[in-house]
Write a protein that binds this ligand. Structure first.
Ligand SMILES: O=C(O)CCC(=O)C(=O)O
Ligand SMILES: [Fe+2]
Length: 374
């Protein structure tokens, strides 16, 4: 059997990847290494540089790695997971009260099963999700009211209160979700320094560009597939790349995440207790002139149990217009990309995805629609 073509969405249009016909195989420790983050919290620059070197190696290779000793307490993770499950186990009508499509300007809130189709060449997504975004009053490092921000910053803030108003009946829901989000944000601000070091930039290169950053928390819920969905090879979440600088992902112990190797082979990224998965997003790949790789990945829950994951997508302040960083430009490798605002970059693809889904849904309704003769 020959390779098949996978069509992928980017903010700037479609790209294509060849996929080998072989079934997914286990990853090797070299493909998705486990990096110990304890030295990140060390006073010694050389220890922090050692972590940065490991991050560089993994980011150039597959763009995916696990981190352990990341500093997020297991209890914070467990509470957020429990809250997400409580939300998802509610009746559909209750969840739809905070439907992203009806209530949100910025893709926050609840999205039901079969309401997205992230990969044009695969099935619709079985996944359900709940999302919320950065709000300055929740910032663990410098909480402030949105009215205190300069206008060019406040315009880009995408947190929306309806997600909390519509979940206020679930005790401690907001508190537990925000605690996990805040821990991820703190870790991401630490990691972005390591990414700067890894690119031979000054350690604090991005510090003033992540004061009110892209910091999107999502709770993904994958119910088991039906018999028909299994026959049809339906995906939990179709093939895609992430959008921002990098993603921190907690996954439960069910498994189902796969990443596409350079050779076009799907490899499994199994759960490893006590770790988070970190992966490079498209915006980072662009800032690095393609030196770091934003790798295609997808999820299928092949078990008979529900599966949960909690990604946190991290990027620069939305009003930040950033181009390829100086250390990734040489005479023989000039900058391939123009500067673009971090916020615009993300919104472009979200809008495309929704438009494409609406068009697909409309065309699949058409054949059975009643044609009225006038
Ligand atoms: O559920 C997972 O393991 C990954 C989810 C993911 O890739 C995403 O939400 O972008
Ligand atoms: Fe993803």
């Amino acid at each position: 059997m020959s390779a098949t073509k996978l069509q992928l969405r980017t903010a700037l249009g479609f790209v294509y990847r060849d996929v080998l016909p072989n079934p997914p195989r286990d990853c090797t420790p070299d493909e998705i290494p486990v990096i110990d983050l304890s030295p990140l919290f060390s006073e010694e620059l050389s220890e922090r540089q050692d972590v940065a070197a490991q991050i560089r190696k993994a980011s150039v290779n597959t763009g995916f790695f696990y981190v352990r000793n990341h500093g997020i307490p297991a209890e914070t993770i467990a509470k957020c997971k429990e809250q997400g499950l409580r939300f998802m186990r509610q009746p559909a009508e209750q969840k739809d009260l905070i439907s992203s499509r009806n209530c949100s300007k910025h893709f926050n809130g609840y999205t039901g099963s079969a309401k997205t189709n992230i990969s044009p060449t695969e099935s619709i997504d079985i996944r359900e999700s709940f999302s919320f975004r950065y709000s300055p009053e929740l910032d663990p490092d410098h909480p402030m009211d949105v009215s205190e921000l300069p206008e060019e910053v406040s315009q880009g803030i995408q947190g929306e209160d309806f997600v909390w108003e519509g979940t206020a009946h679930l005790p401690n829901f907001k508190e537990d979700c925000v605690a996990y989000w805040a821990s991820c944000l703190r870790l991401a601000r630490k990691l972005v320094r390591s990414f700067a070091l890894s690119l031979d930039l000054e350690e604090h290169y991005w510090d003033d560009k992540v004061t009110h950053p892209g910091a999107d928390s999502v709770f993904n819920y994958y119910r088991p597939r039906t018999e028909q969905e299994t026959k049809d090879n339906s995906v939990g979440l179709g093939s895609h790349t992430d959008l921002q600088m990098f993603t921190l992902l907690w996954q439960d112990n069910i498994g189902g995440l796969q990443i596409l190797s350079k050779e076009g082979q799907w490899i499994k990224a199994p759960p490893i207790e006590g770790t988070l998965v970190v992966n490079i997003g498209d915006y980072m790949m662009r800032l690095c002139n393609d030196i770091y790789i934003s790798t295609v990945h997808r999820v299928t829950n092949e078990s008979l149990l529900e599966r949960v994951s909690m990604p946190f997508f991290f990027g620069l302040n939305f009003n930040c217009v950033e181009g390829v960083v100086p250390s990734c430009i040489t005479d023989s490798n000039p900058a391939k990309y123009e500067p673009i605002s971090a916020g615009e970059w993300v919104q472009k693809r979200f809008k495309q995805e929704r438009k494409a889904f609406d068009e697909k849904a409309a065309s699949s309704i058409a054949p059975s629609a009643v044609v009225v003769q006038t």
